[in-house]
Design a protein around this ligand. Structure first.
Ligand SMILES: Cc1cc2nc3c(=O)[nH]c(=O)nc-3n(C[C@H](O)[C@H](O)[C@H](O)COP(=O)(O)OP(=O)(O)OC[C@H]3O[C@@H](n4cnc5c(N)ncnc54)[C@H](O)[C@@H]3O)c2cc1C
Length: 381
């Protein structure tokens, strides 16, 4: 009987591993891909999709079924559902199947954890944490809010908050029809964006786009008011009240690891892996993890791609009874943060600044959407 490789999560990490394994066309391997959402979601372009007249939600999604349709139908199965519990000793994962709410226990030979992370706030489109309909809904609602708003408040000065402020600033700076305010809990420009060396340049780019940055302000509560028009009452630490017509929280990410025994998790609830990307504490050579679920050295797309490549390789080796290879990370850490459709700021390694035009070419021009087709035709792996 074919051996089962169970992959949990159908996005950058999970779909990548699925392609890498299925391309080998090994008749003794069956891939089972479990995903909460039926589509690959290009969340990295969500900040542009909420700008009216720009990308539509449909541009950011592709069906997982299309992505795997090039492989023999007997070599894989897609299960749309949520992994709810796991038993690494028994080698099983229990999944709630979305279509009918039934639970299904799936036995595996090899398990790949790629369920990433989610936003702590519901109804924001920065990450997929529900169905295909719910993610498109959340994009459309955000777009409508932006369209109707005069005062837009964004909370959080990490990747998402800065890129969102950049997209909105770029769109509305000229006609001045909307005020855009970025609330940052960090003390100053330098300490935004996790204190990365590019932070002051990003703050500078945002100010050119007439984004107001307020430092040392932390949102403790945000409530949508009753009434025909969208209005928000936002309470800051210390009691100050801020109002907005549209409010977008972007703070933090929560690892999707609730279905995993706590003994495999770090204090911040990410999965702990060794140098082979094997999950610590699991029976040796059976459970692997890649992407935001690991978030080491940090959560990032290129880091995820590299890890997915290693995990696919190590799963393949494990199936053949061979020892795993050590994961080699990125030769250099690269950060490219777009500030709208024209500029951005970034760095290569720890000292080389990327010119704004280079960030635009590498990132801001498409927000990586050009890579989505690689996840559909399999060329990513
Ligand atoms: C707005 C934004 C912009 C970004 N821009 C950049 C950038 O420019 N450069 C960069 O390097 N990184 C960027 N990132 C980070 C990048 O998006 C992540 O590193 C990447 O998404 C990680 O992919 P992943 O597959 O590990 O996880 P995710 O993208 O989180 O995907 C996890 C998948 O698993 C599914 N899932 C979750 N729980 C379960 C479950 N229990 N059962 C089954 N399925 C489940 C989810 O629905 C999802 O489909 C950005 C992030 C955001 C939010």
């Amino acid at each position: 009987m074919a051996k089962t490789v169970l992959i949990l999560g159908g996005a950058y990490a999970g779909l990548h591993v699925a392609h890498a394994l299925l391309k080998k066309q090994d008749p003794d391997v069956k891939v089972v891909l479990v995903s909460k959402i039926s589509h690959m979601y290009w969340n990295m372009a969500s900040v542009r999709a909420v700008v009216p007249g720009q990308l539509g939600g449909e541009d950011l999604v592709r069906p997982l079924s299309t992505a795997l349709s090039r492989y023999p139908s007997t070599s894989y199965e897609i299960v749309i559902g949520s992994a709810d519990s796991s038993d690494f000793d028994a080698k099983t994962v229990t999944v709630t199947v979305t279509a009918n709410g039934t639970t299904r226990t799936i036995a595996y030979d090899q398990l790949v954890l790629a369920t990433g992370s989610r936003c702590p706030t519901d109804n924001v489109p920065w990450k997929a944490n529900g169905s295909y309909d719910s993610i498109l809904d959340s994009i459309n609602r955000a777009k409508e809010s932006v369209k109707n708003a005069k005062q837009i408040v964004i909370a959080g000065s990490g990747y998402t908050g800065i890129e969102l402020a950049g997209e909105l600033g770029y769109e509305y700076q000229k006609d001045g029809s909307k005020t855009i305010t970025l609330l940052s809990a960090d003390a100053d420009d330098k300490s935004m964006f996790g204190g990365d060396m590019v932070a002051p340049a990003l703050a500078n780019e945002l100010r050119k786009l007439k984004v107001n940055i307020r430092h040392s302000v932390r949102v403790v509560d945000a409530r949508k008011q009753e009434g025909p028009e969208e209005k928000w009452a936002i309470t800051l630490e210390g009691g100050e009240q801020v109002t907005a017509d549209a409010y977008f929280p972007t703070m933090g990410l929560v690892p999707n690891t609730e279905y995993i025994n706590a003994k495999h998790l770090s204090e911040s609830k990410t999965v702990v892996v060794d140098e082979y990307l094997r999950v610590s504490g699991a029976p040796e050579g059976t459970v692997w993890a890649a992407g935001d679920i690991v978030s080491k050295p940090r959560a990032g797309f290129m880091i995820t791609q590299k890890q997915a490549t290693t995990v696919a390789k190590n799963v393949e080796l494990a199936l053949k009874g061979k020892p795993p290879v050590v994961h080699k990370g990125m030769p250099m850490d690269v950060i490219a943060c777009a500030t709208g459709r024209g500029r951005g700021a970034g760095r290569i390694g720890s000292s080389i600044k990327m010119p704004s035009l280079m960030v635009w070419a590498a990132k801001g021009r498409t927000l990586g959407l050009n890579y989505l087709k690689g996840y559909v035709d399999g060329s990513v792996a």
